[in-house]
Ligand binder design. Structure first.
Ligand code: SAH
Length: 281
């Protein structure tokens, strides 16, 4: 407990005798109604942490098929249902989405105006799609994810959210807009281009007809330059590198959008380290 007070997770009263501990703003996020503790359980869990001990071997392995650090350690991809923390990962994604949804819909609600349909690709258990559908009842929302994720998704009451099992590298159901929240940073440049080309095939072919892809992702080097932001950015880059992804700067994202055949994009960063990017055909 004393150690955790030094990192600001608990506050201790300074009186003599037995110290009394209290929650701080940080620990309230973990145990309060937001329940962000599941993110710590997932990210700091052994499945995620063990690969980093293999980093020297991974850095030396310059020949042979390219595999991520995670694959080197576990012999399977981050998205394989055999990973023992698969459901912890979905709980973490769900909690994180709950946390972000308010800010996303409050600051960026306008990006959903006028849409009649939307596919949330890699949408997990559908927390974001549910919030969008509740706020915009005229948008039909489809959550697409891998079969084992969709099979475990909680049942949703109400008509305008449906789940579809699929593979974004094969095809994506048609809609006015495709949403990719925290998906692209997990993949190489080539894979991002493949995913985005499939998104482009799923939406109307022109911006005037309403077609767009909405991405939320961390963009390195943008936004606040304070110490916390830089640390978050570097931790994020390290983490995504471990699973075969890349932390990218705006110019690197821009190149991927162009290579996938998009003509323009609009990036807004007003939610801490997270950017919202609309890309247009
Ligand atoms: N969008 C959610 C989850 C992001 S994690 C959120 O922001 O909380 C990335 C998601 O991509 C996971 O749910 C994972 O199961 C899904 N995914 C991975 N590979 C996929 C594929 N080939 N096709 C569709 N979804 C995939």
């Amino acid at each position: 407990m004393k150690l955790l007070t030094t990192s600001g997770l608990f506050a201790a009263d300074g009186g003599a005798g037995e110290p009394a501990y209290a929650l701080t703003a940080a620990s309230r996020l973990l145990v309060g109604p937001l329940g962000l503790g599941s993110i710590v359980r997932y990210q700091a869990g052994p499945v995620n942490v063990t690969p980093f001990f293999d980093m020297p071997a991974w850095l030396r392995a310059t020949d042979g098929p390219q595999q991520s650090l995670f694959e080197l350690t576990h012999g399977r991809s981050r998205w394989d249902p055999a990973n023992p923390d698969s459901s912890t990962m979905q709980d973490a994604a769900f909690a994180e989405s709950q946390f972000l949804i308010d800010a996303l819909l409050r600051n960026h609600g306008h990006i959903f105006h006028g849409l009649t349909s939307l596919v949330d690709v890699g949408g997990g258990h559908g927390s974001l799609a549910r919030a969008i559908a509740a706020m915009f009842p005229s948008i039909r929302c489809t959550v697409m994810d891998l079969a084992h994720v969709v099979a475990d998704a909680p049942a949703i009451a109400g008509g305008n959210v449906q789940f579809v099992a699929g593979n974004m590298f094969e095809s994506i159901p048609s809609a006015d807009a495709v949403l990719l929240k925290y998906v692209l940073h997990c993949w190489s440049d080539d894979d991002c281009v493949k995913i985005l080309r499939n998104c482009k095939n799923a939406i109307p072919s022109t911006r005037a007809a309403g077609g767009k892809v909405i991405i939320t992702v961390m963009v390195s080097g943008s936004g606040s330059r304070d110490g916390n932001a830089s640390e978050t950015e570097q931790m994020h880059s390290l983490f995504v590198t471990g699973i075969g992804g890349i932390g990218r700067e705006e110019q690197e994202w821009k190149k991927i959008f162009c290579d996938a055949g998009f003509s323009d994009y609009k990036m807004t960063q007003d939610m801490g380290p997270v950017s919202v990017i609309e890309i247009f055909p």
